[in-house]
Design a protein around this ligand. Structure first.
Ligand SMILES: [Cu+2]
Length: 116
């Protein structure tokens, strides 16, 4: 529970920082580079298979294909999922497509879609 609280607190701090930054520098010409980095990806980019779902800790173990945006080779590993609603529909063995990115140094799944 302590680690989960820390992740939530870190996520809140990050949101606050992003909000503060955009209101302070919205007029700046230096925005495009950083905006591109934080822009949400709308389509899942990587194939994977669910191995384990931990709704209490907000984590999912995935066997994943190559993740281009993280420059990561295929493997099985644990990801953090900040939106717990994403975990509700998942069961071990499900084939999925997903997107992941590094948030506050933590590999985090941002999108999960069940493959047909
Ligand atoms: Cu990996």
């Amino acid at each position: 529970m302590i680690s989960r609280f820390f992740v939530l607190a870190a996520a809140l701090n990050l949101s606050t920082a992003v909000l503060a930054q955009s209101s302070n520098t919205g007029h700046s010409a230096h925005q495009p580079a950083s905006a591109a980095v934080v822009a949400p990806v709308s389509k899942p980019t990587t194939e994977g298979e669910v191995r384990r779902v931990d709704k209490v800790q907000g984590k999912v173990t995935l066997r994943h294909g190559r993740i281009e945006n993280l420059d990561m080779a295929p493997m099985t590993m644990v990801f953090t999922v900040t939106d717990s609603a994403l975990l509700e529909k998942l069961n071990p063995g499900d084939k999925i497509r997903f997107s992941a990115e590094k948030r506050n140094g933590v590999l985090t799944v941002t999108i999960i879609e069940l493959s047909p």
